[in-house]
Ligand binder design. Structure first.
Ligand SMILES: C[S@@+](CC[C@H](N)C(=O)[O-])C[C@H]1O[C@@H](n2cnc3c(N)ncnc32)[C@H](O)[C@@H]1O
Length: 452
């Protein structure tokens, strides 16, 4: 737990909770300890029974806290925490959360469970913005118990109709029988409380996003430190899949990015509100379409291939029809990435986000010399491209770049261009972070650069 106010002469807790109402059972302790609300937003004057409503922000301040007050601050700050269940590539997911939320204080509870030491507002909206997070939850109690889960359901869940609930266990595996017994214990308490419910289970320790969504399941998370959280939002996998396989154009030969990865890349650009993004190797436009959906102000794509430009346009039009609220201004044109500053004239961008040409499709039988030659050609192309990125970016603008590395047995052959990029006037901000599906010959290595 954080030690709020330890060295300072005052103790402060801040937070914002949204989308649902909940009673803080520990606020009695806070009231007793003498915390005063420093800003409005609390619904009652009596801290002991304070109800925190959606969209309410609050801040407690106390000067020269006593030990007891510090302990209260610790408990409250702990309970105001948010948990992120990270996707298949947790390092990338964490980098994305940092980019979107501005490097918030966070603790990694296990490789795929991140606790943010503050409440996250608008969890459903936040999750829809992210490509690499599977679930967002709110921490409810420092320790899991069936009674705490049952109490929460009895207090908060809509009493009408049958309720589906489930438990997901993270961290050190627990035997299936113990997991089931805990779920059944919750059910027993609920039954005694007159609440009709169904326990949703799966073979795995964790319920997948698919199971949670399909069963309209109220999900509780037992976290690696044994604390208890409740899921507030689950990734809309159907929507991502629809964009992946349902869009009109996919160029399987030159390769298309999975939309989730494209979304992560867009987010890593840390664009300002209403900012502008360019993908100079846009292909069929996965980065462009995800940028439009992420709310980027101006989205531009160029590609050397006329066919790719037509595909990007088709996909952008499809996105506009499917998601009429997405309001970006977009443009696509044919241009060689080595000459974009001429093609784009005076236009300047806040970010270049791109997966460039990755070389001829790999079959896994290439010789080492062949692969070395390809890497040399790609390095020359990328050097020229970065020279142009510098010209079309605003000062301080970022490049999010997915360059290839070739997997050959146990070896990974990489492109040594980082020093050249630095010499062109960029500082490396992140990476390389690897993205690959099992058995893939080409690994994408993500880097983020900032122009001086
Ligand atoms: C790997 S694909 C990009 C795929 C894209 N990220 C997507 O998801 O649809 C690389 C693209 O680079 C384009 N390309 C190759 N050389 C280029 C160059 N010199 N300038 C601009 N585009 C180029 C190809 O036509 C191809 O569409």
């Amino acid at each position: 737990m954080s030690r709020l106010g330890k060295k300072k002469s005052r103790s402060m807790i801040t937070g914002a909770r949204s989308a649902y109402t909940r009673t803080f059972t520990t606020t009695g302790l806070v009231g007793e300890a003498g915390f005063e609300p420093a800003i409005s937003g609390l619904t009652t004057g009596a801290l002991g029974q304070t109800e925190l409503l959606s969209e309410v922000s609050w801040e407690y301040v106390i000067k020269r806290p006593t030990r007891r007050q510090e302990a209260a601050a610790d408990i409250l700050s702990y309970l105001m925490a948010t948990v992120f269940i990270l996707g298949r590539l947790p390092e990338l997911s964490r980098a994305e959360i940092n980019a979107v939320l501005g490097d918030p204080p966070a603790t990694l509870l296990s490789p795929d469970v991140l606790r943010l030491n503050r409440a996250a507002a608008e969890s459903a909206q936040l999750l829809a913005r992210l490509g690499g997070t599977v679930k967002i939850g709110v921490i409810m109690a420092p320790e899991f118990s069936p009674a705490a889960v049952a109490e929460d359901i009895l207090r908060e869940a809509d009493a009408a109709g049958k309720l589906n609930f489930g438990l997901s266990w993270y961290g050190k595996p627990k035997a299936a029988a113990r997991r089931l017994a805990a779920g059944l214990e919750v059910k027993k308490i609920l039954k005694a409380g007159g609440r009709s419910c169904r326990l949703v289970t799966s073979q795995d320790a964790q319920l997948s996003a698919v199971v949670v969504r399909k069963n309209h399941c109220r999900e509780y998370l037992v976290l690696p430190d044994q604390s208890l959280a409740r899921t507030l939002a689950v990734q809309d996998f159907v929507d991502f899949t629809r964009r992946d396989v349902g869009r009109p154009h996919r160029d399987l030969k030159s390769g298309t990015l999975p939309p989730k990865l494209a979304r992560i890349m867009v987010n890593l650009a840390r664009l300002p509100a209403g900012g502008s993004l360019l993908d100079p190797f846009c292909g069929s436009g996965t980065i462009l379409t995800e940028a439009v959906l992420a709310g980027v102000g101006t989205v531009a794509g160029t590609d050397i291939s006329e066919r790719a430009v037509t595909q990007s346009l088709g996909n952008l039009q499809w996105i506009s029809r499917q998601y009429p609220t997405a309001a970006a201004h977009w443009q696509v044109q044919v241009a060689d990435a080595r000459k974009i500053s001429t093609a784009l004239g005076a236009q300047r961008f806040d970010a270049v986000v791109t997966e460039p040409y990755l070389g001829p499709p790999r079959r896994g039988r290439e010789s080492k010399t062949q692969l070395e030659n390809t890497l040399r050609e790609l390095a020359a192309l990328y050097r020229e491209a970065f020279h142009e990125f510098h010209a079309v970016l605003k000062p301080g603008g970022r490049v999010v770049f997915a360059q290839p590395a070739f997997a050959t047995g146990r070896q990974l052959m990489t492109l040594p261009i980082a020093d050249d990029i630095r010499r062109l006037g960029f500082a490396q901000q992140l990476g390389p972070l690897d993205y690959a599906r099992p058995e893939q010959y080409v690994v994408r290595q993500l880097t983020v650069w900032q122009r001086a």
